[in-house]
Design a protein around this ligand. Structure first.
Ligand code: FEO
Length: 396
C-alpha cells in the first residue's frame, strides 16, 4: 500500500521536492526549496497530470510505479503548462510509457514541437472538452497567459479536484506537509506571495479572468503544480491570488534604500522614523543586500513605497535600478511613492525615479528630497515632511 499522499480517492501526488536548485528560473532564491507537483488519477484509464523537471525523473518514475496497478500503464499525460519545470521529464516518460497520449491545447502542441521536436501521439483539446477515464471525467478549462499562453486547468468532476497548473502555486517544498491543514500557514503564505510576485504578477489581469471563469467550476480541492494542495479551504488560494492580481493594498509602507557611504541611509532613516511616529510600521530593505525577490513580495500588498538611493554615474544606484526594472516588468500600479535621492556633483537619480513613476502612473508624494552631499538638518526636515505627507495620504 503506497504511503504517497492521496489528493482524492484514486488520485495520488507523484511530484518531487527540489532542495538542490538554488535559484528558480536562475533568478529567484529558494530558501525552503520548491516542489514540482504531479498527480496520477487511477481510473479505468490512468492519467498523469503534469510531470516534473527532468533532473528528478527517477524519483518521479519510482512514485508513478508505486501507484500503478500491476500490468497497467499511463494512458494519458495531461500538460496544463509546458514550462520545462513540468515537462523536462517528458521525453523519457514517453519512452517508458509508449502508449501514452499527450493531452494539450493548440498552444501546447506548438510548444511541444519547439521544446521536444515532436508532437506525435498528442490529442488537442478545446476549452470545456471532457476526457473520460471511466469513473473519473476530466474537463479542461483554458486559462491562457497564467503565465504562459498555453496554460490551462483540469477539473475532475468525480472528486472535485482542480488541477490548476502554476496558478495558486507557491515556493517551498512540501516535505513538511502537502495539504493546507498540515503546514505552517504563515510561512506558506509568505512563500506563496513571493512565488506570485516573482513569477505570475505581470499577468494579474489574466489571473483575474481565470478566476472569473472558475466561478462555474464546483471544485473542492485546489492542486497546483507548486506548493500546497488546498483541501480544508480551497477558496483561500483563489482569494489570495485575486487580491494580489488586482493589486489591492494595505495602508502600509516599504522603505527600500541603497546607500554607498551611509548618507542616503540617514535620509531614509529620517523618513522611516517619521512614518513610525505617525503610527506606521514600515518594512525597511537595503536593496544592495536584500534580494529583489523579497523586496518585491513585501512591496506588493502595501500601498506606500519610499525609494531612497544615490546617483551613480549620472543614473540610479545599480541595485535600485535592478529593483525598479523588476517592478516595471511586473506592471506595479496604484501605489503612493516618495523619493529621496542624493548626489555628489551632478544629479540623475531624481529624474530617473520620476520617469519611473510617470511610466507606471504612480502618484508621487511631495516633497521629492534631492540632496547634494551628506544632507543638512533642513534636508532631514524635508524627509520628515515627506513621511508626514505620505502618512496623511495613506490615512485618507
Ligand atoms: Fe512552474 Fe511556469 O512553471
Amino acid at each position: 500500500m503506497t504511503k504517497l499522499p492521496r489528493v482524492a480517492s484514486d488520485t495520488f501526488w507523484v511530484g518531487v521536492n527540489d532542495h538542490e536548485t538554488d535559484l528558480f528560473e536562475a533568478l529567484w532564491p529558494l530558501p525552503y526549496g520548491v516542489s514540482y507537483n504531479a498527480y496520477l488519477v487511477v481510473g479505468e484509464k490512468i492519467a498523469l497530470i503534469d510531470a516534473v523537471k527532468g533532473h528528478f525523473l527517477p524519483e518521479h518514475l519510482r512514485k508513478i510505479r508505486e501507484v500503478l496497478p500491476p500490468g497497467r500503464s499511463v494512458d494519458y499525460l495531461i500538460i496544463n503548462h509546458m514550462e520545462p519545470d513540468h515537462t523536462g521529464a517528458l521525453e523519457v516518460l514517453r519512452s517508458v510509457f509508449p502508449g501514452m497520449t499527450i493531452i494539450g491545447n493548440n498552444k501546447t502542441l506548438g510548444m511541444l514541437e519547439a521544446f521536444y521536436g515532436s508532437s506525435s501521439s498528442c490529442r488537442q483539446v478545446q476549452d470545456g472538452d471532457l476526457l473520460d477515464l471511466g469513473t473519473h471525467k476530466l474537463q479542461f478549462h483554458l486559462t491562457p497567459m497564467v503565465h504562459w499562453p498555453e496554460t490551462m486547468m483540469t477539473y475532475d468532476g468525480a472528486t472535485g479536484v482542480l488541477f490548476s497548473g502554476d496558478a495558486f502555486g507557491g515556493f517551498g517544498a512540501v516535505d513538511e506537509g502537502l495539504f493546507d491543514d498540515e503546514v505552517n500557514l504563515e510561512k506558506m503564505h509568505k512563500e506563496m506571495l513571493r512565488y506570485f510576485t516573482n513569477i505570475v504578477a505581470r499577468y494579474g489581469q489574466m489571473v483575474l479572468k481565470a478566476i472569473d471563469k472558475l466561478r462555474q467550476v464546483p471544485f473542492t480541492v485546489v492542486a497546483p503544480t507548486h506548493g500546497t494542495v488546498w483541501r480544508r479551504d480551497p477558496s483561500m488560494p483563489v482569494r489570495l491570488y485575486g487580491r494580489w492580481s488586482a493589486q489591492e493594498c494595505d495602508p502600509a509602507v516599504v522603505v527600500a534604500y541603497g546607500s554607498m557611504y551611509g548618507n542616503t541611509y540617514r535620509l531614509a532613516e529620517a523618513v522611516t522614523r517619521g512614518l513610525t511616529e505617525h503610527g506606521f510600521r514600515p518594512l525597511v530593505h537595503d536593496v544592495a543586500r536584500t534580494h529583489a525577490s523579497e523586496v518585491i513580495a513585501d512591496i506588493w500588498p502595501r500601498k506606500g513605497l519610499i525609494l531612497a538611493c544615490p546617483t551613480y554615474n549620472t543614473g540610479l544606484f545599480p541595485p535600485m535600478e535592478a529593483l525598479l526594472a523588476f517592478l516595471e516588468n511586473k506592471l506595479l500600479k496604484h501605489r503612493l511613492v516618495g523619493f529621496v535621492t542624493s548626489y555628489a556633483w551632478a544629479g540623475g537619480a531624481r529624474k530617473t525615479l520620476e520617469d519611473f513613476a510617470h511610466r507606471l502612473s504612480l502618484e508621487v508624494v511631495e516633497p521629492v528630497v534631492d540632496v547634494k552631499g551628506a544632507g543638512t538638518p533642513q534636508d532631514l526636515a524635508q524627509c520628515r515632511l515627506l513621511a508626514s505627507n505620505l502618512a496623511e495620504r495613506l490615512s485618507q
